[in-house]
Design a protein around this ligand. Structure first.
Ligand SMILES: *Cc1c(COP(=O)(O)O)cnc(C)c1O
Length: 459
């Protein structure tokens, strides 16, 4: 087979990239002057760039390559499906075997009650779809006045207009003169940064109480849903206090407000549970899925709809929503192969019982004597490390974002992918990472955080 992609030198690629390609979430002027890193191939938990550097991927791409790179099973599934039926739509009284089988498999993997799935191509589209499902449900229930959706500051729900409005990222809102209507935000349950003198437990209850206040302010008859990530991913791997989610659930049930979990990062084994809400012990009405659904090998998103929501939706006539690629057969075939590895290959179980606890423990041991690291949040194979000027008083740096980027530059030089979100460093490696690869990841993270602390005169 001939490769359709030309082989070029790094500088040729960089020049062409600068000439024709606008990157997501980037300052293109600055990036074009610097030149992008060109990733040319990957295997397991490692990436290679066009200069031949071997890089350990501590972020599983963008939180998505759960089964690791180079899996023959996924490539074969796509190849076979492309020859057999590369595309057909699921609009006009039509369906196909891959999407039927995937829906059956998802209903086995998802918690009891999640038996129905609507498909799209990304997490952003999944959250747009969630809104459509929520509104259609309340219309079916004879309560069309319930139209407000409450989400959190510093939450991330994607970058379509609805996704970005739902998200609580100010820097995104600033570039959106119009937003989707009827979306309001409450504070995030970020104890380290915003908990003041409260205990985590009391702070968790206080943040949940904000939901109740907001519902009362808007009127419960006007509130359709609350949406949140079980733990905030892009916002900095922020794990809410244990008191938070049970209270949120109680409030949603009390005021007849749907509880929507954005499981785009948390889903498919990240915390060692299949879905992150299972770790936090609550029961959502809908789940937004993407990323780990196909391990990023091909785009696919979905909304899982609990049967108590799905049945009224099914019984109320036309649902006027859909995408050309809803239930794409090739994506469905890849998702099947991916989920089989995660389930039948024992990957999720291994994260729960072995590599997850090992990673959490190793990271805490390795960073215990670095005064720059104020807290490590995480479970399974995801962690957020808070940079702090003083651990005891939880003092944050005025220029925390710059320090995060400085640390990330050290990671870059040391062939480690670790993400910086403001003053938090994030890790979320492929779920197939072995103990010895975890040792390498943790060693490199320790080294880069120590270099950063030394620059600040803290070590
Ligand atoms: C990545 C992400 C999204 C958006 O998914 P896209 O596929 O980038 O559209 C939505 N929600 C959460 C929690 C995410 O992490």
């Amino acid at each position: 087979m001939t490769h359709p992609i030309a082989q070029r030198t790094t500088s040729e690629w960089q020049q062409l990239d600068a000439a024709h390609h606008i990157h997501p979430f980037s300052d293109m002027g600055a990036l074009n002057r610097l030149g992008s890193r060109v990733i040319t191939r990957a295997q397991g938990v490692y990436l290679w760039d066009s200069d031949g550097n071997k890089i350990i991927d501590g972020m599983a791409g963008l939180w998505c390559v759960n089964v690791g790179y180079g899996r023959q099973e996924l490539a074969d599934a796509a190849y076979r499906q492309m020859l057999e039926l590369p595309y057909y739509n699921t609009f006009f009284k039509t369906t196909h075997p891959p999407i039927i089988e995937l829906s059956k498999l998802l209903s086995e993997i998802a918690p009891p009650g999640f038996e129905h799935f609507f498909y799209c191509n990304s997490g952003s589209e999944g959250n747009d779809t969630t809104l459509r499902v929520v509104y259609q449900y309340w219309a079916a229930m004879g309560k069309p006045g319930k139209k407000y959706v409450i989400s959190r500051k510093n939450g991330y729900h994607g970058s379509t207009m609805a996704g970005a409005t739902l998200g609580g990222m100010d820097y995104m809102h600033e570039q959106m003169p119009s937003k989707v209507e009827h979306i309001v935000h409450i504070n995030q349950p970020y104890w380290f940064g915003e908990g003041g003198t409260l205990t985590p437990e009391a702070f968790g209850r206080q943040c949940a109480a904000e939901l109740e206040q907001k519902i009362l302010e808007l009127g419960a008859d006007n509130v359709a849903a609350f949406i949140g990530e079980p733990f905030q991913g892009a916002g900095g791997v922020i794990f809410p206090p244990e008191s938070y989610w049970p209270e949120i659930q109680r409030i949603c049930r009390q005021y007849d407000v749907l509880l929507c979990a954005d499981e785009v990062i948390g889903g498919f084994g990240r915390t060692g549970e299949w879905f992150a809400h299972q770790h936090f012990g609550f029961e959502p009405d809908t789940m937004t899925l993407a990323k780990g659904l196909t391990s990023g090998y091909i785009p696919m998103g979905a909304v899982a709809i609990h049967k108590r929501i799905a049945q009224p939706l099914i019984d109320c006539g036309d649902f006027n929503h859909g995408l050309t690629y809803s239930g794409h057969p090739v994506a469905a075939a890849v998702a099947m192969a991916n989920l089989r590895i995660l389930r039948d290959g024992g990957v999720v179980a291994q994260v729960k019982t072995d590599t997850g606890p090992y990673f959490q423990q190793s990271l805490r041991q390795a960073l215990a004597d670095n005064p720059l690291v104020g807290e490590i949040a995480g479970q399974g194979l995801v962690a957020g490390m808070q940079l702090t000027a003083d651990k005891a008083s939880r003092k944050r740096f005025a220029n925390g974002g710059e320090i995060g980027l400085k640390c990330r530059d050290y990671c870059f030089k040391n062939n480690l992918i670790m993400r910086a979100t403001g003053d938090r460093m994030l890790l979320s490696p492929p779920l197939v990472m072995t103990r010895s690869e975890i040792d390498e990841l943790v060693d490199k993270a320790k080294h880069c955080l120590a270099l950063t602390a030394k620059d600040l005169g803290m070590m």
